[in-house]
Design a protein around this ligand. Structure first.
Ligand SMILES: *Cc1c(COP(=O)(O)O)cnc(C)c1O
Length: 384
């Protein structure tokens, strides 16, 4: 297996992948099987039953561990299945400190599923990370960080959160879906678990739903692998293969996402009808210094508001774009446009979301890897 001395671009292609031992096939085969033949009970080649192990999944898990600078990777049927597995580390009475600007599905599983099991979640602003220590008490077990956040693209200091976690013996989890391992490696800043919805940048082609956890510590991996196998939200081998294939071009895609993102963020900022543009790369972004510290580049996620701040004005733009498709999700090769107030964040009361900056006209872009001039032209005709 490719070791950690190579640079990320090399590891993305080779990590975890070995030629198939029976044929030499360079591409990892899709082991579409549910079980494995044993010579005698217990005499097998490391594979017994496919919920527990599958060689295609093993290759992917090893690749994931490597590209996030961890020692272990675990694959799940979706990002939410990975989140579910982490939450199952908790017991009734435990408390979790969670960033308040969060993926809607994560907010939903915490408040509507795990709160029913007696686990308490404190949703707090982590803009000034050291201040979250005030929420730590003797029941606190976990800190849950998402950075950059969705859709407001706030930045949270991973190193500062992990330091508080270490000091109080808490597990620090970072949802790294928006950044991808190309832009940021939370384990390097002290996080214990990195979570991905591989549905987004890792898969990268909007053709698979998949989740992943990566960690360094053997004891933590053992607990999570036990949960993965016991609860059973494992991915099929074909989905593992798609993610493994997607990962091989992550660096090339991300480089273009970043270039296009930068060009479009600057274009939008110069547009007379556009209000605020939220993009991590602007020097006047409120946590730009932290972004520069923990990220290698700034990505292709952009949100913006219209000076005519109304749902109707936003919907007019959404209806007119042609290259930017109106859809949920992000991180694929094609550009997407969305309206959080009526789509992903519609369940949050208006007063609450507006207070946090999620105003009526806020539009979110997942900038794809098409030609940037064409993308800018599309936005120009749509905004008018
Ligand atoms: C999409 C997403 C998830 C959930 O992942 P699924 O693969 O859709 O289950 C979790 N966190 C973030 C930041 C996401 O964007």
């Amino acid at each position: 297996m490719e070791n950690k001395k190579h640079k990320l671009s090399t590891r993305l292609i080779h990590a975890g992948v070995e030629p198939d031992p029976t044929t030499g096939a360079i591409m990892t085969p899709i082991y579409q099987t549910s079980t494995y033949v044993q010579a005698a009970p217990g005499d097998h080649k490391g594979y017994e039953y496919a919920r527990t192990q599958n060689p295609t999944r093993t290759a992917l898990q090893n690749a994931l561990a490597n590209i996030e600078n961890g020692n272990y990777g675990l694959s799940f049927a979706s990002g939410m299945a990975a989140t579910d597995a982490v939450a199952r580390l908790l017991m009734p009475g435990d408390e979790v400190i969670v960033s308040n600007d969060l993926y809607g599905g994560t907010y939903r599983i915490f408040t509507k599923v795990f709160a029913n099991y007696g686990i308490k979640f404190h949703f707090v602003s982590m803009h000034d990370a050291p201040t979250i220590e005030q929420y730590v008490n003797s029941n606190t077990k976990m800190i849950w960080v998402e950075t950059p956040t969705n859709p407001l693209l706030n930045i949270i200091d991973i190193e500062a959160c992990a330091a508080i976690g270490k000091k109080h013996n808490l597990i620090t989890v970072v949802d790294n879906t928006f950044a991808s391992p190309y832009l940021q490696n939370p384990l390097d800043w002290g996080a214990d678990i990195v979570l991905h919805s591989a549905t987004k940048y890792l898969g990268g082609h909007s053709d698979v739903v998949h989740g992943a956890l990566i960690m360094k510590e053997a004891a933590l991996e053992e607990r999570l692998r036990f949960i993965q196998n016991s609860c059973g939200a494992v991915p099929g081998p074909h989905d593992c293969w798609l993610v493994l294939r997607g990962i091989k071009t992550l660096h090339v895609r991300m480089q273009r996402h970043c270039e296009n993102g930068e060009a479009i963020a600057h274009y939008l900022r110069s547009h007379p009808k556009v209000g605020k543009v939220l993009w991590v790369g602007f020097e006047d972004h409120p946590n730009h210094a932290i972004a520069k510290k923990q990220m290698r580049d700034f990505g292709g996620m952009i949100s913006f508001t219209l000076k005519n701040d109304s749902i109707d004005a936003a919907v007019e733009v959404l209806k007119k774009t042609q290259l930017f498709s109106l859809a949920e999700s992000l991180g694929g090769v094609e550009s997407l446009i969305g309206h959080p107030a009526t789509m992903t964040h519609a369940s949050i009361p208006r007063e609450e979301r507006v207070k946090n900056g999620l105003v009526d006209s806020l539009i979110r872009l997942s900038v794809g890897i098409e030609d940037k001039d064409d993308l800018i032209e599309d936005l120009k005709q749509a905004i008018g």
